[in-house]
Design a protein around this ligand. Structure first.
Ligand code: PMV
Length: 303
């Protein structure tokens, strides 16, 4: 039976999560943790995993969107495997949606239709995200790194940083709930929120300058400023604050939430020669991953 396979990367948001929902820029990079989806045509209509029908899931929603557009009437059977821990801010569901949508495109059109996959994956993300900015699906699709803005899309910008240390606090949370929490904050603190949006844009501009000169000290400071804004929005947590403190005490330049917060993951900016020391300081409490940045985006894999 014809089998198709696609993979897509997870991501870290280096600067600008949550504010990106309000059409501000964010700096984002794909990471070398990936989700893989194998797929076959299935006799029964619908999306199936190990003989059970999958519904109300980002992958099934994305695939149904594609089949609706292409008129494919058979079903699809999937096998999903992923290196990306789920529900901790690394874009796991978006990469699964993108890779799943790509397999649906391969089965029904014999090619990956990028625009169709993009639209389908955004549909899938609506299930988990409440009001997705589109950043997760965009970076899973295109890979690399750069700046994303809701109204103008993605622009590749070379991010000279090669690696980032990710700390998983182990607390899973729902992105949609965090996005709603920020919406509540915005509604109750309109004036302050507008000032925070301006401040975030300034941080992003300064971060691009600092990237140009690879000024890690400056980048670290900017990360902490970004983190202060996220804390004020109410999306930090005890575990996040603890992970950041441990990282800074062990010599990190800076650290912040990546993704929706409320738990999830923290990224730490570290010198290569201090990585071991900092990982060790964190690993008594948390799981750490040293990940490579600017990984490739959606890829059709050999079967
Ligand atoms: O789902 P996460 O944790 O990777 O967060 C996505 C980033 C947010 O800015 C919080 C939401 C969005 O849609 O941009």
């Amino acid at each position: 039976m014809e089998k198709v396979v696609a993979s897509a990367p997870g991501k870290v948001i280096l600067f600008g999560e949550h504010f990106v929902v309000y059409d501000r820029p964010a700096i984002v990079s794909a990471i070398n943790l990936r989700a893989y989806v194998e797929a076959w045509k299935y006799d029964e209509p619908g999306v199936w995993i190990r003989g059970r029908r999958l519904s109300n899931h980002p992958a099934s929603r994305a695939i149904e969107y594609i089949f609706g557009k292409t008129g494919f009437t058979s079903g699809i059977s999937l096998k999903i495997s992923s290196d990306i821990p789920a529900s901790v801010g690394l874009g796991s569901s978006a990469s699964i949606s993108v890779a799943s949508a790509a397999t649906a495109s391969l089965l029904s059109l014999k090619k990956i239709d990028i625009e169709l996959v993009k639209a389908a994956a955004v549909e899938g993300e609506k299930i988990v995200h409440f009001n997705p900015s589109g950043i997760d699906t965009t970076i899973a699709l295109y890979g690399g790194g750069g700046v994303y803005r809701k109204s103008s899309g993605f622009m590749h910008v070379d991010i000279p940083l090669k690696k980032i240390l990710i700390v998983n606090t182990g607390r899973i949370r729902k992105t949609g709930e965090m996005v709603k929490r920020v919406k509540d904050f915005m509604e109750q603190n309109k004036e302050r929120f507008n000032m925070m949006l301006e401040k975030e844009e300034e941080i992003i501009r300064d971060a691009f300058d600092a990237f140009k000169n690879m000024d890690l000290e400056k980048l670290g400071k900017l990360m902490l400023e970004n983190q202060n804004l996220l804390r004020e929005l109410g999306v930090s947590s005890m575990e996040i604050d603890e992970a950041i403190k441990l990282a800074l005490d062990a010599g990190a330049y800076g650290a912040k939430i990546t993704g929706a917060g409320g738990g999830g993951c923290v990224i730490c900016l570290v010198d290569e020669d201090k990585i071991e020391r900092i990982s060790k300081a964190l690993s008594s409490k948390f799981k750490t991953y040293l990940t490579e940045l600017s990984a490739v985006g959606l890829k059709e894999e050999k079967t």
